[in-house]
Design a protein around this ligand. Sequence first.
Ligand code: SF4
Ligand code: SF4
Ligand code: SF4
Length: 178
Amino acid sequence: MKGEKKKKIVKTIRIDVEKCNGCRACEVICSASHAEPKYSSNNPARARIRVICEPYKDIYVPVYAGDYAPAECAGRDKYTIDGKEYDECSFCRASCPSRDEFKEPDSGLPLKCDMCEGEDEPMCVKWCLADALVLEEREEEVDEEEEQEELAVGLESLADKYGLDKIIDTLTRLSKKE
Ligand code: SF4
Ligand code: SF4
Ligand code: SF4
């Protein structure tokens, strides 16, 4: 029932930007371990983590893909780090219509970090030899409501892009073919 609380182990990854050296192994293993079939390909454009690299300034900032955003947000900030100004969206985790980041390159469907559900440890954490990514777990009381599944988020983004009627028409047409 909505509003009820339940206990859940919440997993997060602590990022230490001082330790990150920009090797991008996290992007490679994330895309490879989420390929279909698993490990059949690797393409960092499909990764659910992106490392913002400024090698001349020795700045590397890993950013995890977060929730799908159907529209651009209004309030955006700019960041100045070591004298360089970063775009207002640089460190945002959203898969958002304003940019191509955190979207499947072929389909445009949103990508979101799933914490490597099913693995004993997130693959990016395992492969980060610099220990810049550290898994943390804590017990929290959360709302009973389940998180939206990846499939539901994908369908929502397609409906935003093409309109719900077109999606329903296409699904109806496909189901008749079977
Ligand atoms: S694997 Fe670790 S050190 Fe390498 S880019 Fe990713 S976070 Fe940085
Ligand atoms: S990518 Fe930019 S516009 Fe989109 S939600 Fe993030 S900050 Fe807002
Ligand atoms: S936790 Fe898993 S899904 Fe999330 S960025 Fe790391 S490798 Fe990718």
